[in-house]
Design a protein. Structure first.
Length: 235
């Protein structure tokens, strides 16, 4: 079993009070949250604190196809046809992945499962001890995503509200005035993605909640505060 390791938790951010954590037995973790909730940042901190590797089904699919594995070739047929890869193929990929040495104490699943049948199949191959859901109000997600823009010259990332340029219209890093926004970073598209996310994950949240392992984390706060609450939930 993996052990929480407070000594490596976010040294650059001393306000995270991980010193209160104690060694516990840990198995696999599921982490999910809507787009723009800061899941990527928290995933890195969970990995640092638990020692569990991050497992993304998208990454596994690409790696298995590139390696030419038997399961990867099965998945490739569906991908090439523009079809969703069936659950049994995904579960086979996960079964292979958790046999690796770094997964001997469990893993952290990022964005999987997405449905109750997937969760039931996952329960058949690994024990999920904690499910962390980072929750942020939809209107805040829209503000976060729609305010993002990048420098077209050097790629520096900015935000209208949270990280604007020091001089309006001028990149802090290279001085360029060429800025870009993603075409799909608009309110209608973001709300559509959020609606799909809620429709998909709401039954799954209830399913895990009924098992007593579901933890709702308020993601509309400072990063360190969110990290602290996640690590407490993993005690």
């Amino acid at each position: 079993m993996a052990t929480l390791r407070p000594s490596v938790a976010c040294p650059a951010r001393p306000t995270v009070k991980t010193e209160a954590l104690h060694a516990v037995n840990m198995e696999s973790i599921v982490l999910f949250g809507p787009p723009g909730a800061g899941k990527g940042t928290q995933a890195q901190r969970i990995m640092q604190s638990t020692g569990l590797p991050q497992v993304s089904t998208g990454d596994m699919l690409r790696a298995s196809v590139a390696a030419g594995t038997e399961t990867g070739m099965k998945a490739k047929k569906f991908m090439d046809a523009g079809q969703l890869v069936p659950d049994d193929v995904i579960i086979a990929l996960i079964r292979d992945r958790i046999q690796d040495a770094d997964a001997s104490n469990g893993v952290m699943f990022d964005g999987f499962p997405r449905t109750i049948p997937q969760a039931e199949a996952l329960a058949g191959i690994t024990n999920v001890s904690h499910v962390i859901a980072i929750e942020v109000p939809d209107e805040k997600i829209v503000e976060r995503i729609c305010g993002r823009y990048t420098c077209g010259n050097c790629g520096a990332v900015y935000h209208d509200t949270f990280n604007p340029t020091k001089t309006e219209g001028t990149c802090n890093s290279c001085g360029s005035s060429d800025f870009k926004r993603r075409a799909d970073d608009n309110a209608d598209t973001v709300m559509s993605r959020l609606s799909a996310y809620h429709e998909q994950t709401s039954p799954l949240a209830d399913w895990y909640d009924s098992k007593g392992i579901f933890h709702r984390i308020d993601g509309d706060r400072a990063i360190d505060e969110i990290s602290t609450d996640i690590l407490i939930a993993l005690e």
